[in-house]
Design a protein around this ligand. Structure first.
Ligand SMILES: Nc1nc2c(ncn2[C@@H]2O[C@H](COP(=O)(O)OP(=O)(O)O)[C@@H](O)[C@H]2O)c(=O)[nH]1
Ligand SMILES: Nc1ncnc2c1ncn2[C@@H]1O[C@H](COP(=O)(O)OP(=O)(O)O)[C@@H](O)[C@H]1O
Length: 208
């Protein structure tokens, strides 16, 4: 059986640039990660593709998935559900592939409970005014929603301490580079040290 893949979780406040940085990482030729497409009840934005950006479903369909135990994690965010379908993540990890999640902080903490050996990276804005400006520039929210997102952002940024790493999204290529470096370093660390620990603990590969 192949070694289980690594689960990488990129999180942070809405509007910080998670989607932008993730797309930058995935556009690079050397990308080997598998993106887990989330499920949501929010409306499709112009240009978004069902099954690529999100699986767009109704509230009833989403709640049925939750009931059936089909979600690795989920959260209600500004009146909509967002969640990670469990099946794809498990299948990829079992095949030894590295899976990349881009999710908000409540969901990330649920994943932390379930997959403690995942790699948790927090993307943070240079400052709050810049975050507000980015949400305004994106042009997808009215002023009331922007205020709701900003209120939430303060609490979300406090969650930074629960992550393995924090990366400032000042410039997109730089932030993408830092995240790739962290993942490479973590991979190397696990590859380099895990066999030693296993030997010391008298475990063979299959027992871990
Ligand atoms: N918990 C959780 N959050 C998600 C998931 N997919 C997306 N999100 C987050 O939900 C929030 C709102 O997403 P969205 O409406 O697409 O806005 P955007 O990501 O800010 O463009 C963002 O912080 C997303 O990262 C998911 O599967 N689970
Ligand atoms: N480093 C950056 N500098 C300036 N603008 C950025 C940067 N990263 C992202 N943005 C812009 O900020 C807005 C929010 O980015 P997005 O990726 O949708 O955030 P998130 O997925 O975290 O909600 C978008 O308009 C995006 O183009």
């Amino acid at each position: 059986m192949p070694k289980r893949g690594m689960l990488i979780v990129l999180s942070g406040p809405s509007g910080v640039g998670k989607g932008t940085v993730r797309k930058e990482i995935f556009s690079r030729e050397d990308n080997t990660f598998h993106y887990s497409v989330s499920m949501t009840t929010r409306k499709k934005r112009p240009g978004e593709v069902d099954g690529k950006d999100y699986f767009f479903v109704s509230k009833e369909e989403f709640e049925k998935e939750i009931e059936n135990g089909g979600m690795l994690e989920y959260a209600k965010y500004v009146d909509n559900y967002y969640g990670t379908p469990l099946k794809y993540v498990n299948e990829m990890l079992d095949q030894g592939k590295d899976v990349f999640l881009e999710i908000e902080v409540k969901g990330a903490m649920q994943v932390r409970e379930k997959v403690p050996d995942g790699l948790f990276i927090f993307l943070t804005p240079p400052d709050l005014m810049e975050l507000r400006q980015r949400i305004i520039n994106r042009g997808t929210d009215d002023l009331a929603t922007i205020d709701k997102r900003m209120e939430k952002a303060v609490g979300e940024i406090e969650m930074m301490q629960n992550y393995d790493y924090a990366v400032v999204n000042d410039e997109v290529p730089k932030a993408a580079e830092k995240i790739q470096t962290i993942i490479r370093a973590e991979r190397w660390r696990v590859k380099r040290f895990l066999p030693d620990y296993k030997k010391q603990l008298g475990l063979d590969d299959d027992q871990q």
